[in-house]
Design a protein around this ligand. Sequence first.
Ligand SMILES: Nc1nc2c(ncn2[C@@H]2O[C@H](COP(=O)(O)OP(=O)(O)OP(=O)(O)O)[C@@H](O)[C@H]2O)c(=O)[nH]1
Ligand SMILES: [Mg+2]
Length: 465
Amino acid sequence: MSALDTDLICAIATPPGEGGIGVIRLSGPAAKSVAESLISLELKPRRAHYSSFVADQEVLDDGLVLWFPGPNSFTGEDVIELQGHGGPVVQNEIIQVLCKRGARLARPGEFSERAFLNGKIDLVQAEAIADLISAKSKAAARAAMSSFNGVFSSQVNALADRLLGLRVEIEAALDFPDEDIEILAQAKVSETLDALIAATASLLAQAEQGRRLAQGITVALVGKPNVGKSSILNALAGEEAAIVTDVPGTTRDLLKVDVNVGGMPLQLVDTAGLRDTEDAVELIGVQRALEQIQRAEHIVLVITAADLIANGTQLLASKDLGELLKVLGFEAIPELAQVAVDNIHLLVNKIDLVEVPEQPEHAWPVSYVSAKTGVGLQAFMKCLVEQSLGGVEGTSFTARLRHVQSLELVQGLLLDAKQGFSDGVGAELIAEDCQLAHQALGQIVGTVSADDLLGEIFSSFCIGK
Ligand SMILES: Nc1nc2c(ncn2[C@@H]2O[C@H](COP(=O)(O)OP(=O)(O)OP(=O)(O)O)[C@@H](O)[C@H]2O)c(=O)[nH]1
Ligand SMILES: [Mg+2]
C-alpha cells in the first residue's frame, strides 16, 4: 500500500463467532456517506446514535453508530463504527452491503497502517498494538501499553536528536574544510560519541528485555539420558506432556510446551538424552537435541545429584565452562561448548535420592530440584527468569527483534565512528557512520521505512485492527 491509498476499507473488528456485540469498522473519506446510506439519520461527530441498519428496505440489524471525523480519529481519516449484534451471518451481510456501496475488505492491520501513514502513531506504537493484543501475560500487556504510549519511541527519538546534533557539527566541519581538523579534534565529538554509545547500550539492553517479555524465550532441557529432563518438563507444565520411563533413551523427539512463569512466557523444549547410540531413531533425536542447543536462547543442563556427588561438588565453582563440561562428560559436544556461559543454568535433579549440600560458591546459576517431589522447582523457575530477563518488573516496554537488530547496528556504527575518530580518519567517514546510525534509528520508529518492511509488519496484524 502507498501513502496515497484513501479508498474506503471495512472489516469486522470483533472476533469471529457469536457475541453480544459485533463491531464493523469503516475508514476512508467516504465512510460517513456510505454509513448514512444504511441508517435513517444524519451523523454528528463522536456521538452514539441508535439506528436500524437497513438495505433494500430490509432491516438487517440495529445498534449504535459512531462517526469519528478525520483527522481526529484512529486512522486519521473519517472512521465509522457500526456496533450491532455479534452474529456472523448478520455481520457478513452488512459487510457485503458496504462493499457493494464502495468499500472493500481491509487487509490485516490496514487500519493501523493508515494510522501510521497518516502520522497518528509511529511504527513502534503500531507494533505495540499487535503486541498488546497478543500479550501472553499481564506483565507483557503492561509493557506493550507503555510502548504504545511512546515510552520506547521517545527514547529512540531522543537518541536520534542527539545524534543529529553531532551530525550537524561534523557536517559543518566538512562544509568548511579549513576548520575540519580543528572542529573534529575537539574533545566534544569524542565525548558526545561516548555518551551516545552508552545511551545506545542501555536502550539496547532494555529493548532486548522487552523483546523477551513480548515474545518469550526458548529454554531447552538437555543432558544425559535418564537424568529426569522429561519429568522436569511435566512438573513445570503441570501435565504429563512427555513420556517418562526408567529406560534411558525414552525421549526421541523434541517436545515443546508453553509455560508462563511470573508473567514471563517461556517455551520449554524437552530433548533426547545426549549419548552415542546405534539406534537410528534415537540418533535422529540426539541430532535434533544438538540443533536445539544452538537455537534455544537458554540451556538448562540437567544432571543428577548422584552425578554431582560423584564428581565433587566443588566443580560448581569452576569458572571454566569447558572444564565443567569435561568433568560432567560432555567434552565431545561442541554445540554445548559454544553456548554463552550466561545462557546456561545447571539443574541438579533427583535430590530426593541423594543428599547434596548446597554449594555457596558457584560460577553459574545452579538449582537443586526433585522432579519427583517438586522440591526446588518454583525457586528454579524464578531464578531462570531472573537470569534470562533480569526480572519481569525491570522491563518497561515491549520491543521486537527488528528493533534490537537496528540498535545493534547503531551501536556498531557508533563504535566504528569512535574508532575512526581515534585513528584520525577523515571526517567524511565519521559523518557516513553517523548518518547510517541515524537512519537505523529512523527505521525503528518508521521515519525511514521501506514498503516491504511495512508490508511485513502489518500483515501479521488481525483483520480490523
Ligand atoms: N527419585 C527420582 N526419580 C526421578 C526424578 N526425576 C525423574 N526420575 C525418574 O528417572 C527416570 C527417568 O526420567 P525421565 O524424565 O524419563 O528422564 P529423561 O532425562 O527424560 O530421560 P531420556 O528421555 O531417556 O533422555 C524415571 O524413572 C523417572 O521417574 C526425581 O527427581 N527423583
Ligand atoms: Mg526424556
